[in-house]
Design a protein around this ligand. Structure first.
Ligand code: NDP
Length: 257
């Protein structure tokens, strides 16, 4: 056995949710580089079209689907289409996520529920949709995109922290419930990463920006590329005995604060 071969994703079908751009896109690109066939979704056709164009510009022939991951009927239909058109999903990355930065006492219950719906309920719905075929096929990898907020709380992110903390525990549960079927479920906890989601914070002189730079041992924001190696590892045979873990990719900030 050549150890490098175990990192290959050749012949694998990967579904990355919410991957028209940002972290999901970078992870999908790394999977394509490692040999996988890429499927992704977004809520709107225009974002799927933009995503398809972005993949094509990288020389990747991706399969794009319009699907709201909070809607079980839409998710089941997408997974059925992928199985018919591309093949059984070998690798699922629950990446789609939203954040609402609102002080807790000012947050409506509706806003709180909306965050829980995308960041916690949806990974349950999509995982539930792919696991039966993974069991039949005899293997599967599920990677949940968690957050440092799976471990911490801070001002204005009560719903997000509750959802990502819950996602950490869903990860451990899937690992223990389906490990016997050769399904590994792990999480990636990104630190502060440069994406459209964090653009409003990444302004020089913004106290939060200065806080992040001063508290991160790496002294910089993370780049989407920083997530590629960990994501490939957790999707590949190289991690077959790794199950139920959250791999924090945060420049060391969790070790420091
Ligand atoms: P973005 O907001 O840039 O991308 C999230 C993607 O999810 C978008 O394509 C969005 O689509 C999609 N999405 C949202 N709701 C739904 C839905 N109901 N159905 C389908 N797709 C949906 O986020 P990032 O790339 O920054 O983050 C990706 C993941 O990483 C998220 O889970 C996030 O919480 C997590 N994360 C990010 C960090 C960061 O610093 N950026 C840090 C820690 C974790 P659309 O644009 O159409 O709304």
């Amino acid at each position: 056995m050549n150890i490098l071969d175990t990192f290959s994703l050749k012949g694998k079908v990967a579904l990355i949710t919410g991957a028209s751009y940002g972290i999901g896109f970078a992870i999908a690109k790394s999977y394509a580089d490692a040999g996988a066939t890429i499927c992704f979704n977004d809520i709107k056709q225009e974002f799927v079209d933009k995503g398809l164009a972005a993949y094509e510009a990288e020389g990747i022939k991706a399969h794009g689907y319009v699907c709201d991951v909070t809607k079980e009927n839409e998710v089941n239909e997408m997974v059925a289409q992928i199985e018919a058109q591309v093949g059984v999903v070998d690798i699922l990355v629950n990446n789609a996520g939203i954040i609402k930065r609102i002080p807790m006492v000012e947050m409506s219950a509706e806003d709180f529920r909306a965050v829980i719906d995308v960041d916690l309920n949806a990974p349950f719905i999509v995982s539930k949709a792919v696991i039966p075929s993974m069991i039949k096929k005899g293997h599967g990898k599920i990677i949940n995109i968690c957050s440092m907020m799976s471990e911490l709380g801070r001002e204005t992110v009560s719903a997000y922290a509750a959802a990502k903390g819950g996602l950490k525990m869903l990860t451990k549960n899937i690992a223990s419930e389906y490990g016997e079927f050769n399904i590994q479920c792990n999480g990636i906890g990104p630190g502060y990463i440069e994406t459209p989601q964090t653009a409003p914070l990444r302004v020089k002189g913004n106290p939060f920006n200065d806080f992040i730079i001063s508290k991160t041992p790496a002294a910089r924001w993370g780049k989407t590329e920083d997530l590629m190696g960990p994501a490939v590892f957790l999707a590949s045979d190289a991690s077959d005995f790794v199950n139920g873990h959250i791999l924090y990719v945060d420049g060391g900030i969790l070790a420091y604060i």
